[in-house]
Design a protein around this ligand. Structure first.
Ligand code: ADP
Ligand code: MG
Length: 691
């Protein structure tokens, strides 16, 4: 009897070649097959009478061939009429061989499986899976549902079913270890791991398939829970490692920080004060801070970051602020200069587009320690940049980075005195339970209050047939000295269309608004060209900025009071909320117009009404999450946020408080258990093993 940790080649029928193909599905050991769950199931446990079939059913049925004919109406097809006495059904084939044509002789019995639909002459199944039965043969009816696995080239469904069946047989003699502590298993009241795996590969015929399809069956929850736990523990592990590392404690003298705050032209909000205090406490610790600030657009995160920098400077270490684009970095540069010049703090600037001589001067100031706060783009962490005494790293608008980048950055900033403190800021607020899963390696602060006196952006949705009315409104506002954004989002996956849509709107607006200056920015422009236009807009030389979604993050143009969004029916709510946050920063009442293509479906309608009804980014994010899933919200695709095999961060996030407790129990008793769970779900290659 083999062992679950054996390579797949111990299974019957698996040689080195097949093993290699299977590795493309991330299947290496026998145990991997157990965790390789079906995409869906087919129900061949009941043989349906033809008379009881209805369109939309996917089922097994059988009957006697009455007639088979090849017809040429429109497209050559083979039609096979069958009957079982209760009704008639047509099997329709568009691709078929001579042999198939000959097979369906009147009088033979066939069993078939497929999607029933209404055809031109009664019910039909297009390309059923079928079997011609012999005289004494009856249709094969299964005891359990038939699993359908994800495939890769070179492995057939039948082969995978066979291999999984072998693995299951092996498991029954020798079940995989139950890694959850007994108290947790008992508390959850869910099946054991072996029961759950067995069930999900071979669900009995009486299972409610809709529950399984919704992913909420107790057997699925059992696996999802353990997977969430594994991810959570691996992130917490990183967090704990950071706690064991050394960092320069930055304190106590808050004098400079006080001075900075007193010099501001406004009062900080309670939320800003609270978060500054949370950061301040972290910085005093001899271990690196790893903190995330979540705050809605316009909640005033920059000044909080600056206050943290003041604390670092007062402790005689360097602080650095990194922004995702040159424009944003430049905006910080301007702001920080205003704040810190008068306090006698030395600033330096570093970006990719800098002239060589300037760059050299900056590098010298950074290396000698003369520069106390350094502002820039990714260029800050490139080769050749040597800080003299880096104590604090601040990363703005970080929601597009994943955990791996966070770790890499932390290691890059390492100096003789230990790791720098790290603060990351994001304007994409995410609900608490989701944050627990995605950011378990960070402590979180929330700025849940906007500065006083902000007028909420008034938001309306209009069909794009009324575009010209909106253009008139833009003309009016801009003639009165205001500015407008006209955003054309990504319509298709391809850049080309994205570009064309913006280009067309740009032409239309340039023609219609001949007394105004209209400019265009899009993602395919060179950075320098794009930033030139943005700067002109910021300086008031451009009235209407036509843009793809490149303007999404952080730009501050207080004079802009109109935001028009085209194709709003296709955009994510959080993304539109971000866009809307670009206006409403000045004294003028600001407006956001969401243009949509008719007709608008029910879902799209309710999505747009979320934005009309609330200006609260957390509410928007929660609805976005429910409607579109976490990938869109967190930008999973680009970020390397770990992929979950079974768990779904929206559906299963409610487990997070229990996951957190279970992790606590395990941490208190047994590190081997922790390692085993993490390895089972994330593999040995995961950074958990390395750090
Ligand atoms: P975000 O959180 O989106 O990065 P910013 O830091 O850019 O927001 O701040 C948005 C605007 O609010 C800026 O113009 C800033 O000067 C202003 N601001 C920040 N805090 C306050 C406050 N407490 N009172 C008034 N205005 C503030
Ligand atoms: Mg900002």
């Amino acid at each position: 009897m083999g062992d679950l940790s054996d390579p797949l080649t111990v299974l019957k029928g698996v040689g080195p070649a097949l093993a290699k193909t299977l590795s493309k599905l991330d299947l290496h050991r026998v145990e991997d097959l157990l965790f390789f769950l079906p995409l869906r199931y087919e129900d061949r446990t009941t043989l349906h009478r033809i008379g009881e079939l209805k369109p939309g059913m996917r089922c097994l049925t059988s009957g006697e061939v009455l007639l088979a004919e090849t017809v040429y109406r429109g497209r050559r097809s083979l039609l096979v009429r069958v009957s079982d006495g209760s009704g008639q059904l047509t099997l329709r084939f568009f691709y078929f061989s001579r042999q198939q044509e000959a097979q369906f002789q009147p009088g033979v019995t066939v069993s078939c499986y497929g999607d029933v639909r209404a055809g031109p002459v009664g019910l039909e199944i297009v390309h059923p899976e079928y079997r011609v039965l012999g005289k004494e043969q009856s249709p094969v009816v299964n005891d359990s549902l038939t699993p359908v696995y994800p495939l890769t080239e070179g492995v057939q469904q039948g082969r995978l079913r066979n291999l999984v069946a072998q693995a299951l047989a092996m498991m029954r003699g020798n079940p995989p270890a139950e890694l959850l502590p007994p108290s947790v298993v008992e508390h959850l009241g869910l099946p054991t791991l072996a029961e759950a795996l067995d069930y999900l590969h071979t669900p009995p015929s009486n299972v409610d398939i809709q529950i399984i399809e919704s992913g909420t069956h107790p057997c699925q929850s059992r696996l999802a829970f353990e997977e969430l736990l594994a991810h959570y523990m691996s992130l917490r592990h990183l967090r704990n490692l950071a706690n064991r590392e050394a960092a320069m404690p930055l304190g106590p003298g808050p004098a400079l920080q006080r001075q900075f705050i007193d010099s501001l032209p406004y009062q900080l909000t309670n939320a800003q004060n609270r978060v500054i205090a949370e950061i301040s406490n972290d910085l005093k610790e001899p271990h690196p801070m790893m903190r995330l600030i979540q705050g809605d657009v316009g909640s005033g995160k920059t000044v909080v970051a600056a206050a943290a920098c003041a604390q670092a400077v007062a402790s005689d270490v360097q602080a650095t602020v990194m922004a995702p684009t040159e424009l944003l970095a430049e905006q910080h540069w301007t702001g920080f200069n205003e704040w810190f010049d008068k306090l006698g703090v030395e600033l330096a600037w570093l970006s990719g587009s800098q002239k060589q001589t300037e760059r050299k001067a900056s590098l010298e100031a950074i290396g000698s320690g003369r520069a106390q706060i350094v502002i820039g783009t990714h260029a800050l962490f490139q080769e050749g940049v040597e800080f003299s005494k880096l104590g604090l790293i601040i990363i703005d608008e970080q929601h597009r980075f994943g955990v791996h980048q966070r770790v890499a950055l932390r290691d890059k900033g390492k100096t003789g005195t230990g790791h720098p403190h790290q603060l990351v800021m994001t304007a994409t607020p995410i609900p608490r339970t989701l944050a627990m899963a995605a950011y378990a390696d960070l402590d979180t602060s929330v700025i849940d209050e906007l500065p006083p006196g902000r007028q909420p952006v008034s938001t309306i949705a209009l069909p794009d047939t009324r575009r010209m009315e909106v253009v008139e409104r833009v003309r009016e506002a801009c003639t009165n000295g205001q500015q407008a954004y006209w955003v054309c989002p990504l319509i298709d996956e391809s850049d080309v269309l994205d570009y064309q849509a913006a280009e067309a709107s740009y032409q239309m607006l340039s023609d219609a608004l001949d007394n105004l200056t209209v400019s265009l920015v899009h993602g395919r422009m060179k950075n320098a060209a794009r930033e030139k236009v943005m700067r002109a807009f910021k300086g008031g030389d451009v009235d209407v900025l036509v843009a793809t979604t490149v303007i999404e993050v952080g730009v501050d143009v207080p004079n802009a009071s109109l935001m028009i969004i085209e194709n709003s029916e296709r955009m994510g709510l959080s993304q539109m909320h971000q866009l809307r946050g670009r206006v409403g920063r000045g004294a003028e009442q600001s407006h956001c117009v969401m243009l949509y293509k008719q007709p608008l479906g029910q879902l799209a309608k309710s999505r747009l009404s979320v934005l009309r009804e609330t200006n609260d980014g957390f509410v928007v994010a929660q609805r976005d999450l429910e409607l579109r899933g976490p990938g869109e919200l967190l930008g999973t695709k680009q970020t390397g946020l770990p992929e979950y095999r079974i768990a779904n961060l929206v559906r299963d996030a409610h487990f997070m408080p229990t996951v957190q407790k279970a992790a606590g129990v395990i941490a208190g008793e047994n590190t081997e258990r922790e390692r085993a769970i993490v390895t089972r779900w994330l593999g040995n290659a995961h950074h958990y093993g390395k750090v």
